[in-house]
Design a protein around this ligand. Structure first.
Ligand code: SF4
Length: 254
């Protein structure tokens, strides 16, 4: 697969390629500065509505499942509030919900790139063609993709709260690992669903990735606690150990 051209502020030739894209999507939330949404960077975060998954532990469930109950923010106002951050924050994270659902996502990325920001996309990875298109247009600098479970139908359906076409996820994984676009995988894990064997299966699915980050599922913020069944979350110490023993060694092997 050819090396992609991805642009950072001030790099690359000419404006982003926005041929044939619709108007920018609605923005439902805005965080001026975050130290946790882009590893190693200070970022602003935009939240877009809707999701094609229904994860029982979703911490943005209202945004994902009932976005009509949240007001749209004025994009002009958001861009105005971002302007003073050029050069101070490293970039803008487009999160959700699932941003790839919106046909106008390239337009939003283009506005952010034109304003001088690097752009990171948070995604569940299902709509691989959107990720590929954004990368080929030079509109994203970094992608964080969720890996919610081992790539088998039952495990993924339980974690995503719906049936998932795993081939779509495999296409995204393959694209990210082989395209040259900066990326990381992220997994929210729960002991009853993600024991050592499941984590090893997940590790094999993303072998060669640049990074894989584990975080503990917090049942107290899950919208559907019954779906989690009995159990307790991983402790910080356990997550750190799993990160060191399984997630760390799994990436960058090639
Ligand atoms: S993919 Fe993300 S936004 Fe969508 S339901 Fe799952 S956790 Fe929520």
């Amino acid at each position: 697969m050819p090396e992609l051209e991805t642009r950072r502020p001030g790099e690359g030739a000419g404006p982003p390629d926005l041929a044939g894209v619709g108007p920018p999507p609605p923005v439902k939330g805005f965080l001026e500065t975050s130290f946790v949404d882009w590893r190693g960077a200070i970022a602003s975060v935009l939240f877009l509505p809707g999701c094609n998954f229904n994860c029982p532990y979703c911490h943005n469930h209202q945004l994902a499942a009932d976005p009509g109950s949240l007001m749209d923010l004025s994009l002009a106002e958001v861009l105005g509030r971002l302007k003073p951050f050029v050069g101070w924050v490293d970039g803008v994270v487009i999160s959700g919900g699932e941003p790839t659902l919106h046909p106008g996502l390239p337009a939003l990325c283009g506005l952010l790139k034109d304003a001088g920001f690097a752009v990171k996309l948070d995604t569940n990875g299902h709509r691989h063609w959107v990720i590929e298109d954004l990368a080929r247009r030079g509109l994203i600098d970094m992608v964080a993709m969720d890996l919610k479970a081992p790539l088998n139908d039952l495990a993924y359906r339980r974690a995503a709260g719906c049936s998932v076409d795993l081939d779509h996820l495999r296409r995204s994984i393959d694209f990210l690992i082989n395209s040259g676009v900066e990326h990381e995988f992220r997994s929210t894990i729960w002991p009853a669903w993600h024991g050592p064997r499941e984590l090893q299966d997940m590790a094999m699915a993303i072998e060669g990735a640049q990074a894989w980050t584990l975080q503990a599922l917090r049942p107290e913020t899950a919208w559907d606690q019954a779906a989690l069944g009995e159990g307790r979350p991983y402790t910080a110490q356990e997550i750190s150990q799993l990160q060191k023993e399984i997630a760390g060694p799994a990436v960058g092997r090639r």
